[in-house]
Write a protein that binds this ligand. Structure first.
Ligand code: NAD
Ligand code: AHE
Ligand code: ZN
Length: 369
């Protein structure tokens, strides 16, 4: 069949809207009509050539929602007509990682996914006979995409696609980092570095968990109002702090935070986030994705004296199990999504979504097909 898609033909070039050839689902796969997709900073990072796994030409996008249109042989967990959210972190429930109960990082198809291919080692997309690669196993910047059955979460049908798509990455990552990874307890002091599409969800997760002080840190003063809207109690712009930012934050939290979150992808900020933790127990969670080749550093003494450095992917969520519950949280008013979707665009306008993100003018742009 044919599908309209925004293709990343080369790094650092705008996406091009073209009509592609798409092969139907093979065994264990499903064809999904994508109804809406968010644009996450990770898409921009890959397009800008910072991802060591970046492959071109490819169809980016990993924050979608849509409808199953066809299922391949052997598919049992979903059927045509089901509403689904694609999962860049699948949940096979059979691999060593899934069975460990210690991680959400299912390994069933990770190797082929990282090469831009389906589990059988081939791509379903082509353009004028040339292979176009999948991205993060999702490729939601295409109106139709093929996904492994284990990489879709079936969700309730009354959830609007143009909002629920955000649960495919940003919402689950931010809220999940708080509830699954850090397990923030009521009364905790929390610092969130980077108040974008992820950081604001960490803030609303911290509010939901009953945190006391929720301190937001961002270079963009325009983010203060956004942070306060979702539960932030204090705002710090590092450019306006005289002296050391870590000392400033430690003083603000009476010795350091119980939990800090990096939502910037900047390795200098990651160090600050660790060192702003309370001696003896503070935990710092890395969410931001750093550019290829970057490394983190701190004095080992920071860890010897009880601070904990952790990371999280997809908020520690097991997609097929947890995503439908997060959709319920949204539909029941436990978490907010609508105000964070600042721009709704057509596929033809998708490059504008990247520009708005780089200019710090959007929280989330969503493309509706
Ligand atoms: P975004 O562009 O919407 O927000 C980033 C925010 O960080 C902006 O408000 C920006 O002003 C702020 N910022 C940048 N540099 C800063 C600095 N030095 N100090 C303080 N603030 C700074 O991006 P996003 O979509 O929220 O994504 C944030 C990060 O999370 C990205 O690195 C993205 O790749 C990553 N991410 C990780 C996961 C995961 O599963 N681990 C999931 C989604 C996104
Ligand atoms: N491919 C990169 C790493 C990118 C990365 O860390 N991706 C996150 C999700 S970001 C979503 O916006 C993730 O899930 N990581 C776990 C995984 O298995 O990819 C690199 O450095 O090679
Ligand atoms: Zn993302």
């Amino acid at each position: 069949m044919k599908t309209r898609a925004a293709v990343a033909f080369e790094a650092k070039k705008p996406l091009e809207i073209v009509e592609l050839d798409l092969e139907g689902p093979k065994a264990g796969e499903v064809l999904v009509e994508i109804k809406a997709t968010g644009i996450c900073h990770t898409d921009a990072y890959t397009l800008d050539g910072f991802d060591s796994e970046g492959i071109f030409p490819s169809i980016l996008g990993h924050e979608g929602a849509g409808i199953v249109r066809e299922v391949g042989p052997g598919v049992t967990s979903v059927k045509a007509g089901d509403h689904v959210i694609p999962l860049y972190t699948p949940e096979c429930r059979q691999c060593k990682s899934c069975l460990s109960r210690k991680t959400n990082l299912c390994t069933a198809i990770r190797a082929t996914q990282g090469k831009g291919l389906m589990p059988d080692g081939t791509s379903r997309f082509s353009y004028k006979g040339q292979t176009i690669y999948h991205y993060m196993g999702c490729s939601t910047f295409s109106n139709f995409t093929v996904l492994p059955e284990i990489a879709v979460a079936k969700i309730r049908e009354d959830a609007p696609f143009d909002k629920s798509c955000y649960i495919g990455c940003g919402v689950t990552t931010g809220v999940g980092a708080v509830v699954n990874t850090a397990k923030v307890t009521p009364g905790s002091n929390v610092i969130v570095f980077g108040l974008g599409g992820i950081g604001l969800n960490v803030i609303q997760g911290a509010r939901m968990a009953g945190a006391d002080k929720i301190i937001g840190v961002d270079l963009n003063d325009g983010k203060e109002e956004w942070g306060r809207r979702f539960g932030m109690t204090h705002f710090v712009n590092p450019k306006k702090v005289t002296g050391d930012i870590v000392q400033h934050l430690v003083a603000l939290t009476d010795g350091g935070a119980d939990y800090t979150f990096d939502c910037t992808g900047n390795t200098t900020v990651m160090r600050q986030a660790l060192e702003a933790c309370h001696r003896g127990w503070g935990e710092s969670i890395i969410i931001g994705v750093a550019e290829a080749g970057k490394e983190i550093a701190t004095r080992p003494f920071q860890l010897v004296t009880g601070r904990v450095w952790k990371g999280t992917a997809f908020g520690g969520a097991r997609g097929r199990t947890d995503v439908p519950k997060i959709v319920d949280w949204y539909m029941n008013g436990k978490i907010e999504i609508d105000p964070m979707i600042t721009h709704t665009l057509t596929l033809e306008e998708i490059n504008k979504g990247f520009d708005l993100m780089h200019e710090g003018k959007s929280i989330r742009s969503v493309v509706v097909f």
